[in-house]
Design a protein around this ligand. Structure first.
Ligand SMILES: NC(=O)c1ccc[n+]([C@@H]2O[C@H](COP(=O)([O-])OP(=O)(O)OC[C@H]3O[C@@H](n4cnc5c(N)ncnc54)[C@H](O)[C@@H]3O)[C@@H](O)[C@H]2O)c1
Length: 413
């Protein structure tokens, strides 16, 4: 079913999810208008380099664009940047914008993602020396506060991927870096104690001070310096504080029009919300994953791209259920981590150390492979992906024996 030229598809959010959706919709043959709205005034850019190359280099955000500007014109995709959608009327099928304009739609897509979580810490107001890292503007602010070549004392609140990637990047620039993590170990929300230990060692070996069990309770400004105090009474001084304590989904607009919200915007396997003319894609969605038999909300580029394709196909009348296997990556120092699958709920793991640099952690539940964390080990990532996709059984004795090379046939025979 290809819509006519009079139809309009409005997309709220022009990051990975919204932009990939828009190009996929055009590719599917949608002939009507496609309009992307985003509060961010920059041309849509890749987010993964924000905590890495963009943070450490002099290159402008124009070097990290998702698509060249011309390609939006080529595909007749209208970009309305620097504009927030403030309300939606489902009966009239119109959205209202911060500048007072209204826009009608036939199909509406939420690709609203998430925002940096602002913790409730006394004295932590986002002044010049307190930064977050979610947008290009956030990174520009860090660069301005930090200065690319100066060696400053940076304190990072939160030992998740964002905190660790920032630490690795700023360490390369010569900063002195302290990470304060509230939980008993870094990365506790997203990975196993074994992986947390690996990344703890990686960072401390590179000169980052990493402290767990540190709940920051207050921040005080002492002339040019910030003094951070934790619940256990310990104190740290810093020139710059960067906060990376997780995200909050941007679901409020969807909630205001009565869409079903449950850990994000709830969608079916076709990325469709509880309103059949409204879809949602990317970080903001809670969707069913058939490989794991449960609803998941993923914060990843892979999900943003793949779910956008499913939504575009569905709007075009091709009902292809979303069934991708999640994958993620992170680069810190010379370590490349690739993750396939979701390890939550694992009851067994096998850690394989092929050599000092190449490792992999294999997570199982009831003998089924759930996920693989591959450290500098593309082979483990590729084999893990194939095994999960094909739902094969792995011979754990073979996997544990590092004298046997990693090989799909040997592992699954
Ligand atoms: N390579 C990647 O995949 C990658 C890289 C960067 C960011 N991201 C994504 O960006 C988003 C944000 O990342 P993140 O690392 O901020 O989120 P996160 O939730 O993964 O980690 C936040 C960490 O902060 C800790 N924390 C929370 N409150 C705290 C407090 N008051 N004091 C000290 N520590 C506290 C938590 O225990 C947690 O370990 C996530 O969606 C993440 O998946 C992904």
């Amino acid at each position: 079913m290809i819509e006519s030229k009079e139809q309009t598809c409005v997309v709220i959010g022009a990051s990975h999810a919204g932009v990939n959706f828009a190009f996929s919709l055009r590719k599917e043959g949608w002939q009507g208008k496609i309009i992307l709205f985003d509060a961010d005034p920059h041309l849509p850019y890749h987010r993964p380099p924000l905590s890495k190359a963009f943070l450490t280099s002099e290159a402008g955000i124009a070097n990290y664009l998702l698509k060249p500007e011309q390609s939006y014109q080529n595909e007749s995709i209208e970009l309305q940047l620097g504009k927030s959608v403030t309300s939606i009327n489902r009966d009239l099928k119109v959205i209202s914008l911060s500048d007072g304009h209204i826009q009608s739609y036939d199909k509406l897509v939420f690709a609203t993602g998430a925002r940096a979580l602002v913790p409730n810490i006394v004295g932590l107001s986002a002044g010049a020396h307190v930064c977050y890292l979610r947008t290009a503007a956030d990174v520009l602010k860090i660069k301005e506060a930090y200065g690319l070549s100066k060696s400053k004392k940076v304190l990072i609140i939160g030992g998740g991927y964002i905190g660790l990637e920032i630490a690795a990047s700023l360490k390369k620039l010569g900063a002195s870096v302290v990470i304060l993590e509230r939980e008993r170990r870094i990365l506790s929300r997203v990975t196993s104690p074994e992986m947390s230990a690996y990344f703890y060692n990686l960072h401390t070996q590179n000169g980052v001070e990493v402290y767990a069990n540190k709940q920051v309770v207050s921040v005080e400004t002492l002339e040019e310096t910030k003094q951070v105090t934790c619940q256990d009474g310990s104190e740290y001084l810093a020139d710059l504080i960067i906060v990376g304590v997780g995200v909050r989904v941007n679901f409020e607009l969807a909630e205001s029009i009565g869409l079903e919200i449950e850990n994000g915007i709830k969608v079916n396997e076709f990325a469709q919300t509880s309103d059949s003319d409204i879809y949602a894609t990317g970080d903001c969605t809670n969707h069913f994953n058939p490989h794991y038999g449960r609803y998941v909300r993923l914060e990843s580029v892979q999900n943003a791209v793949d779910q956008g394709k499913v939504a575009a196909a569905a709007i075009s009348g091709k009902w292809q259920a979303y069934d991708s296997i999640p994958w993620f990556w992170s680069d810190q120092y010379d370590t490349k981590l690739q993750i396939v699958g979701l390890a939550d709920g694992y009851d067994d793991l096998i850690m394989r150390e092929d050599d000092n640099q190449k490792r992999s952690v294999w997570y199982f539940k009831a003998e089924k492979l759930l996920s693989v964390d591959a450290i500098n080990n593309a082979k483990a990532y590729v084999i893990g992906t194939k095994v999960i996709k094909e739902n094969k059984h792995i011979n754990k004795n073979v996997l544990s024996d590092i004298s046997i090379p990693l090989n799909y046939d040997l592992l699954t025979s």
